[in-house]
Design a protein around this ligand. Structure first.
Ligand code: ME8
Length: 619
């Protein structure tokens, strides 16, 4: 099989800022492009902006800008957004570019000369936001089904494309290619659209009303309808008709769209292709809607959009990408929220994956001299067997959320593997065996990191660096065991997915090496009674305590202000580390430290159960 892959996003209207809905489709496309590149495909990834048409023209008017200046500016915002999200497109097409206009005029001419375009009068119901006419039946309670806004009855002299002529052909094509439109539900929708006449398509607008567009080559008084113009971006960017890119990539085209633009892509576009003598695309992949906090489609018209810029800034681009891919079953409408993103971040990324890297590094330092140990044969975990192959299938079937779930199940299994093997105990009996366990974990992480690279390219490169693994990878390397080479790991590595407090705490729990009773005896613990407590003069988080040890008093500074009020402490019997070297904390000398137990955000002091005088030894 020829390994070539071409993926496109819709070209977005520049009438408003990019939001999370646009980001989603673009992230999916980038994920697919990266996945295929990693898998050795010759890959081409196209995105861009749709800059003609009435909506854009009016938006420019509202902004009080010249249309060209307006589209230049907003188009840049899309580029900026994609940069922020780590979108590695190969080309960004703008429909106002010469290379695009040329192709649109070429195709128009071809179809016109073939007799598939004619002039006529049109009357219909038009939604200005959608830039399209609706039939009575398509409206929802008389309103635009997408925007919920009134439609206008319009009568115009237009040129028409003989779309109906190709309906039977398209129906047959769809039946012969059951995987053309995916997921299945959208295919059925299209089949039912095609089960009755679709009519011809108006493909021009009078210049007098919409001056912002590509003129028809044979009639300068009309500009091309924005959809006939826009759809052609998918081939104009490849230098249709005789570009090398067109020949290479077009037969492998995967279009990604949202379900709002199903009809243009599933009906207009194939019939246009047919009329122009261009072969059909390979797949039309249809995503569902991201729903805003109000449960409605996130859209600029509805004003319920989530800003991808600020989410990427706060959680990191890779975490946002992961969230979108992991949370949303492709094709289905899914509510999205910052809260759900935070939950994924904390549980999947910080607790499972990030923590696994941290504890592995810590154990490599303790039990393997800070090195990746000698390779040992064989995967030991069921979850890891055949994983890359399964992933390939899932990704090609658009089941991204399941694919990521499977990799994360493997990560969880690696954590369990450590817990079961207990390298810290094993090390005492059989250091070699402890190192073998660690090698398997490093290998597991290497493999998981490759599989997660298309979703989180930056973080996974960081992960490999933290374990002394090579950063550049190929998918097939995830299918081979034992590629992690013995060698030192870096002394320092940033926490992959920092989470205030908790990540470090967990780490501390596991960092402890076994100690002897003599080691423990070095610590002098005593019961101490709080006789006075006040706020630290220079630090909000600290309290200054006066403790009685019976025949001696101590001043101790303690970071418990968040949990205890000074007045509630007086009289409490706590446990003091009495032989700790004194230290100055924000200008106050602390003569020891009191013990507290902490879990996440909760903290309680260790107190003494029963009657015993201050100064008593604790052991
Ligand atoms: O339709 N949920 O551009 P557009 C999921 N220019 N995806 C969403 C979304 C949401 N709430 N909101 C937007 C156009 N999208 C035309 C396309 S292509 C030749 C011309 C995504 O700016 C989704 O992919 O309105 C949808 O199809 C696309 O943005 C529409 O972008």
């Amino acid at each position: 099989m020829e390994k070539v892959f071409y993926v496109t996003t819709p070209i977005y209207y520049v009438n408003a800022e990019p939001h999370l809905g646009h980001a989603y489709t673009t992230v999916v496309a980038d994920f697919l492009a990266r996945f295929h590149r990693l898998d050795g495909y010759r890959t081409y990834f196209l995105t861009g902006t749709d800059e003609h048409g009435e909506t854009v023209y009016r938006a420019a008017e509202r902004a009080g800008e010249d249309p060209k200046a307006f589209v230049d500016r907003v188009s840049e915002r899309f580029k900026k957004a994609w940069e922020l999200l780590g979108i590695a497109y190969d080309d960004f097409i703008r429909t106002t570019e010469e290379r695009h206009k040329r192709v649109v005029q070429l195709v128009l001419k071809k179809v016109y000369e073939a007799g598939d375009i004619y002039y006529g009068e049109y009357e219909g119901l038009y939604c200005v936001s959608c830039e399209r006419f609706y039939t009575e039946k398509e409206l929802s309670e008389g309103l635009c089904p997408i925007h919920g806004r009134p439609v206008e009855r319009r009568r115009e002299g237009n040129y028409f494309f003989r779309m109906e002529k190709y309906r039977e052909w398209l129906l047959d094509y769809l039946k012969a290619h059951p995987d053309l439109i995916r997921p299945e539900g959208y295919r059925s929708e299209v089949l039912s659209m095609l089960s009755e006449p679709i009519g011809d398509l108006s493909i021009s607008r009078p210049k007098s009303r919409v001056p912002w567009g590509i003129p028809l080559p044979w009639d300068e008084e009309h500009v091309t309808y924005v959809w006939f113009d826009a759809l052609l971006n998918y081939v104009s960017a490849l230098d249709y008709p005789d570009g090398e890119k067109y020949r290479t990539f077009w037969p492998h085209a995967w279009h990604l769209i949202g379900k709002d633009i199903l009809k243009p892509h599933a009906v207009f576009w194939p019939t246009m292709l047919k009329a122009a003598g261009i072969p059909m695309y390979r797949h039309l992949n249809v995503g569902g809607f991201l729903l805003g906090p109000d449960g409605r489609k996130m859209s600029k018209t509805l004003g319920n959009v989530v800003d991808p810029f600020s989410l990427a800034e706060r959680y990191g681009r890779d975490a946002l990408r992961y969230y979108l891919l992991r949370e949303i079953p492709y094709g289905q409408d899914t509510p999205v929220s910052e809260e759900a993103l935070r939950t994924r971040y904390e549980s999947d990324l910080a607790d499972d994956l990030g923590n696994l890297v941290q504890r592995t590094r810590a154990m490599l330092f303790r039990f393997a001299e800070g090195r990746v140990p000698e390779p040992v044969p064989g995967e030991e975990l069921e979850e890891g067997v055949g994983l890359p192959g399964r992933l390939r299938t899932l990704v090609r079937e658009l089941k991204f959320h399941v694919a990521l779930e499977e990799v994360m199940a493997y990560v969880k299994a690696l954590n369990r593997y450590i817990n079961e093997k207990r390298p810290w105990e094993l090390y005492k009996k059989d250091p070699k065996e402890a190192q073998a366990v660690l090698y398997r974990v490093v290998e597991g992480l290497r493999i998981a990191s490759i599989l997660l690279t298309p979703a989180m390219p930056g973080k996974m490169a960081e992960l490999r660096r933290a374990l002394g693994l090579k950063e550049e990878v190929r998918l097939e390397e995830a299918e081979r065991w034992g590629l992690a080479l013995p060698g030192p790991i870096p002394e320092e590595a940033p926490v992959l997915f920092p989470k205030e407090g908790k990540v470090e705490k967990k780490e501390e729990k596991e960092k402890r090496e076994p100690i002897t009773i003599e080691d423990f005896a070095k610590v002098e613990l005593r019961v101490a009674q709080v006789v006075a407590a006040k706020k630290h003069p220079n630090a909000d988080k600290l309290l200054v305590l006066t403790l009685s040890l019976g025949n001696e008093e101590r001043t101790v500074v303690s970071g418990i202000a968040k949990w205890y009020r000074p007045e509630d402490l007086v009289g409490k019997k706590v446990v003091l580390v009495a032989n700790l070297k004194p230290a100055r904390l924000r200008g106050v000398e602390s003569q020891g430290m009191i013990l507290a137990a902490q879990e996440g955000e909760d903290l309680v002091l260790v107190t003494v159960d029963g009657d015993i005088p201050p100064g008593a030894v604790v052991r």
